[in-house]
Design a binder for this molecule. Structure first.
Ligand SMILES: [Zn+2]
Length: 321
């Protein structure tokens, strides 16, 4: 004898119940049908619906929480990625500490910012030697020359420069670094040499020697690039100098040129070559001997401070804008 399975009974009861349920209250429905119907199935349906609603809500809440966690994780990762800098190797930091006076005068935070910018510079600008091997000192001094003029403009990069060619000494118009009549210490390429800068190592090293004059040939060339960033190398970096200061700056420049020509100024006579050269030569002085320039030429110092967004004569130089 095979006993009926509980599930079979249930199924039969279920069929009956459903059938009766459908008939409940219907025309001709037997009165006792209602009596035998336990209110199990409607309640079960309600419970099932409630269960589904709670399940869906729970899944939805978990999904929202997961989405939030993922969003904040990636946002923070992106944020850290944007601000985190690879540290400048210690051996290069030592060169900054011993050979770059501008860096030595910075406060702790600015020193770190400077190191980061030097590191970035060395990553996006290629430096090659012609007739010489580029050393770490060369690389750090070139990068410093590039960072110094733009230190007042966080995030600024030399988009008009891709590589720098270092010659062992001064060179001539034919790029010969041996023989007579070599007087070029640096130049910014144009035409087919667009995006390139040529520098003399001898001039580079001299520029960072505090005992050797007020000049810095490498800074000079980077200032030409800054000047050029508005489209013209004309001594008036219009994207850096507010429009109302343009005319006073040109007037001041021309007055000083007359004084230089008359032998009444300590600014290098090469500044009289053009307005562009005046800006570059005055900038060398501004960054190499800021206290002296501020003392001897306070108005020129103030204009350059506006142009470069820096006040290097202060004990701890910080951007002024
Ligand atoms: Zn020049």
């Amino acid at each position: 004898m095979v006993l009926p399975q509980a599930s079979e009974l249930s199924w039969q009861e279920s069929e009956t119940a459903v059938g009766k349920q459908k008939k409940r209250g219907g025309p001709g429905a037997p009165a006792n049908a209602v009596l035998f119907l336990p209110p199990v199935y409607p309640i079960f349906d309600e419970q099932l619906s409630l269960f589904n609603v709670y399940t869906c809500m729970t899944i939805l809440i978990i999904a929202i929480l997961c989405a939030c966690v993922i969003y904040f994780f990636f946002r923070n990762k992106r944020f850290r990625g944007a601000t985190k800098h690879e540290k400048l190797p210690d051996e290069l930091k030592i060169i900054l500490n011993t050979q770059v006076q501008y860096y030595q005068k910075l406060n702790k935070n600015d020193k770190e910012r400077f190191e980061n910018q030097v590191n970035d510079f060395l990553k996006y600008i290629r430096i090659e030697g012609v007739g010489t091997t580029v050393t770490d000192i060369d690389r750090v001094l070139i990068a410093s020359s590039g960072v110094i003029p733009i230190f007042g403009f966080p995030g600024w990069k030399y988009n008009n420069l891709t590589n720098i060619i270092l010659y062992p000494d001064t060179f001539d118009q034919e790029f010969q670094f041996e023989g007579e009549n070599r007087n070029i210490m640096g130049m910014v390429g144009s035409g087919y040499m667009n995006g390139q800068m040529l520098l003399s190592r001898a001039a580079l090293l001299k520029g960072f020697s505090s005992s050797l004059g007020r000049g810095n040939a490498a800074i000079h060339e980077f200032v030409h690039l800054l000047d050029k960033s508005d489209g013209e190398t004309d001594g008036v970096p219009e994207n850096l100098l507010p429009h109302q200061y343009t005319v006073p700056w040109l007037k001041m420049m021309h007055q000083e040129m007359h004084l230089i020509e008359a032998g009444k100024s300590d600014i290098d006579p090469y500044a009289c070559t053009s307005e562009a050269e005046f800006l570059a030569v005055a900038a060398e002085y501004f960054f190499k001997k800021p206290d002296q320039l501020k003392h001897k030429h306070p108005e020129i110092y103030r204009s350059l401070s506006q142009i470069f967004g820096q006040d290097p004569a202060l004990p701890a130089s910080t951007p002024v804008n």
